[in-house]
Design a protein around this ligand. Structure first.
Ligand SMILES: Nc1ncnc2c1ncn2[C@@H]1O[C@H](COP(=O)(O)OP(=O)(O)OP(=O)(O)O)[C@@H](O)[C@H]1O
Ligand SMILES: [Mg+2]
Length: 458
């Protein structure tokens, strides 16, 4: 509720103003003269001053100056007698926000007060917004000069101290790992473990035992019992990379851990409770996987409590110079070479590139350039961009297209069969060749009627 300070020596008018403003839902404080008004200002929180210009003792204009000295942004509306418009103008010059000429209608006075308070609220909102945007989040090892990366860090800052599950999305090489670690480091769990598990790097039939552990004799070869990653991550953070590749059976078990925070080891009967914060990452569109039915909707919503989407590098190129500086320092030190910088033409090349492999690609290119460099400054000839990928991506009439007469489905079938052939039937490898998750491949295989028999570990 906003508070209006009324300074008016005529007691009847003062009372009328008080009544009308409190009817409008304002709190009011009143003073019969400027001196008392200033006392009120010092003692209470006031949002607007409504003052007569003709006051006994200290005049209205002097009062206005005194108010503005105390709080320049406080709106002051002056009331002045008809025929003294000049004083009103003078008051406006001195910083009054508006004036009403006496005798005024109460409706007019109310309208002016409402308008001024609205303006003040808007200004305040703008200021907080500016401050929020102007605030820079600094993380060692993370370059984030761009507004887009600052937004990512602002979310990290906000969610890190909470227990919420986080789902990090973004193309390959955008920094999902880096952000997952930052979340852990900024959390109250930072002294606990950060455990990472990558579901594509682990053969499907071993993923569950890796996640949940197993008891001795749970399967052939389980000679001793072993805790899984969930147990190892107790009191810390579990980073589940490539969550989109987790097979359906394991998805069910993950869902249970997320809901109940408990599970059993494979072949075990004892229920294990853990205190783990889960951070998951994916470089695919999980919503598409939901539609295909390869990813459980309930699990998706459990995971997607707080989504963080890291933009591709081509959408925050203003970070390239700082990234280059960081990588130059890293690789000069590692190689023992004294590389001091980059020729402007070399920087231009980096700025013009579209970076399909994102920050990781930039890092690799700088590493290679440092290795090749002969002088202290990297030259365009040291920079080897994968421009072939760029021209492949470019659309032109000569770019490859579907073979004559083939539908996209037929072509897809052919590509899948070809990938399986090249991978000697290994579906994980075929999926990698196609840039698909194993689940997505499995779905497509079932569509074209190729049996999905369980596969051998790689
Ligand atoms: N904003 C950044 N500032 C500094 N280094 C970064 C930034 N973003 C990414 N990197 C670096 O780029 C490399 C790739 O990042 P990271 O491994 O986190 O990507 P990713 O999204 O997990 O990739 P993938 O999808 O392939 O797993 C790492 O060496 C990382 O340190
Ligand atoms: Mg990663």
């Amino acid at each position: 509720m906003a508070t209006v300070l009324i300074v008016e020596d005529e007691s009847k008018l003062r009372r009328l103003l008080e009544l009308n403003l409190s009817e409008d839902g304002f709190q009011t404080v009143s003073a019969p003269d400027a001196e008392t008004g200033l006392d009120h200002l010092r003692q209470s929180q006031v949002d607007l001053v409504l003052t007569d210009l003709k006051l006994p003792g200290m005049g209205g204009l002097d009062f206005l100056h005194a108010v503005k000295r105390q709080n320049a942004s406080l709106p002051v509306v002056v009331m002045t007698a008809f025929g003294t418009v000049e004083t009103a103008v003078e008051a406006m010059k001195a910083g009054a926000s508006d004036y009403v000429l006496k005798p005024f209608s109460l409706a007019e006075m109310r309208m002016v007060v409402h308008k001024e308070l609205d303006v003040r609220r808007l200004k305040e909102e703008n200021r907080t917004l500016r401050e929020a945007l102007g605030q820079r989040y600094e993380y060692p090892n993370i370059v984030a000069r761009s507004a887009k990366m600052q937004e990512v860090l602002a979310i990290v800052e906000r969610i890190a101290p909470t227990q919420s599950t986080v789902l990090i999305g973004g193309e390959s090489g955008v920094g999902k790992d880096l952000i997952a670690r930052a979340i852990h480091q900024k959390s109250r769990r930072s002294s606990g473990p950060f455990i990472k598990i990558n579901s594509t790097a682990i053969p499907e039939n071993l993923l569950e035992s890796e996640l949940f552990g197993y008891e001795k004799g749970a399967f052939t070869g389980a000679a001793a019992s072993k805790p899984g990653k969930f147990e190892l991550a107790d009191k810390g953070t579990l980073f589940l990379d490539e969550i989109g590749d987790v097979p359906a059976a394991t998805q069910v078990k993950l869902l249970r851990v997320l809901q109940e925070r408990e599970f059993e080891r494979l072949g075990g009967t004892r229920t294990i409770k853990v205190d783990v914060r889960l951070v998951a990452a994916t470089n695919r569109d999980l919503r598409a996987a939901l539609e295909e039915g390869t990813f459980r909707e309930d699990l998706y919503y459990r995971l997607n409590v707080v989504p963080i989407d890291i933009p591709p590098l081509r959408e925050h190129k203003e970070d390239i110079p700082d990234l280059v500086k960081l990588f130059l320092a890293r690789f000069s030190q590692q190689s023992g070479k004294q590389i001091t910088g980059l020729a402007p033409a070399a920087m231009d090349m980096l700025m013009a590139f579209h970076w399909p492999g994102n920050v990781r690609e930039l890092e690799n290119i700088i590493e290679r350039a440092v290795a090749l460099a002969e002088g202290p400054v990297l030259q365009p000839s040291d920079i080897h961009l994968d421009t072939e990928r760029r021209s492949r991506a470019a659309t032109s009439d000569t770019a490859p297209f579907l073979p004559e007469g083939q539908t996209i489905e037929q072509w897809e079938d052919e590509m899948i069969r070809e990938a399986l052939r090249r991978a000697n039937g290994n579906k994980s490898q075929a999926a990698r060749l196609l840039g698909l998750s194993r689940n997505a491949l499995r779905y497509r295989l079932s569509k074209i009627g190729i049996a999905d028999e369980p596969e051998k570990p790689e």
